[in-house]
Design a protein around this ligand. Structure first.
Ligand SMILES: NC(=O)c1ccc[n+]([C@@H]2O[C@H](COP(=O)([O-])OP(=O)(O)OC[C@H]3O[C@@H](n4cnc5c(N)ncnc54)[C@H](O)[C@@H]3O)[C@@H](O)[C@H]2O)c1
Length: 255
């Protein structure tokens, strides 16, 4: 039984009950962690607050991770509220809709920049702000997708961003290892969330997994949450810089 009592976990990326962040928050909370749940803007505040109310000792905070001042303000508040942090979960991504609708060749400079700023650079910015509060060591986790490695229809610039995110995980792991802070990514199989709804023909991707994955089904948010719980715990004390697939085995298949 994993026991995270006395540990503080900060989870970014809660939009609604379908969010992967919600599956992770539930699992961390079940294990006894104190949760700081972060939502992007006022529009998402009400949903975030009502979900957080379901978890004992969870509090909500607003932070747009593309704005440095908001990250600074958030971590100043987290320092005051909790003192020490142990786990950071970065379940955040964004690409402008044109970039995941049009042919990849038409990706604009601006759309490329925005996708990488929100989906990749934010992990570096959030980690830098968190590290001074992670004085007892800990775990930083992000969420990636197999589109980093193989081409999926319409995933486009997000695939390029996820490749950058996975490389970022390795460089951050090397940078933070001496502080006993581990940095890992979970590569989740496709799940129907708000972000996934933006990807055209997403249901075809879900069907391909049911068809071909060794387990012949798709994963759910709580299964991703289970892996996040393991990676956040001492059971994973020797694991850093890794990409762990939680995809019913889809990535091992050739045909
Ligand atoms: N759903 C899938 O199929 C799938 C598969 C693999 C990986 N992922 C990844 O999981 C993560 C979570 O996505 P999800 O599928 O749960 O969808 P989601 O829409 O529920 O979550 C995405 C979150 O990112 C947040 N976000 C976007 N821009 C932000 C910003 N500037 N500042 C702060 N927050 C911002 C949104 O508010 C939202 O809460 C993403 O990194 C996504 O790429 C999703």
């Amino acid at each position: 039984m994993i026991d995270l009592k006395g540990k503080v976990a900060v989870v970014f990326g809660l939009a609604n009950k379908r969010s992967i962040a919600w599956g992770i928050a539930q699992k961390l909370s079940e294990a006894g962690a104190t949760l700081a749940i972060c939502y992007q803007n006022e529009r998402l505040q009400r949903d975030a607050e009502s979900l957080a109310a379901e978890l004992p000792s969870a509090r909500t905070f607003q932070c747009d991770v593309s704005v440095d001042e908001q990250i600074d303000t958030l971590f100043a508040t987290l320092k005051e509220t909790y003192g020490t942090l142990h786990t950071i979960v970065h379940a955040v991504a964004f690409a402008p809709s044109d970039a995941i609708k049009n042919d990849f060749l038409l990706t604009t400079r601006d759309d490329f920049r925005i996708a990488h700023d929100v989906s990749v650079y934010s992990l570096i910015a959030v980690s830098r702000a968190a590290v001074p509060l992670m004085t007892e060591g800990g775990s930083i986790l992000t969420l990636t997708y197999y589109g980093s490695t193989k081409v999926f229809p319409n995933y486009n610039v997000m695939g390029v961003a996820k490749a950058g995110l996975e490389a970022t995980v390795r460089y951050l792991a090397a940078s933070l290892g001496s502080k006993n802070i581990r940095v890992n990514a979970i590569s989740a199989g496709p799940i129907k969330t708000l972000a996934a709804r933006g990807i055209g023909d997403f249901s075809k991707i879900l069907d391909a997994v049911t068809d071909r994955a060794p387990l012949h089904r798709n994963v759910d948010q709580l299964e991703v949450g289970g892996a996040a719980l393991f990676l956040s715990s001492d059971l994973a004390s020797g694991i850093t810089g890794e990409i762990t697939y939680v995809d019913c085995g889809y990535n091992i298949t050739g045909l």
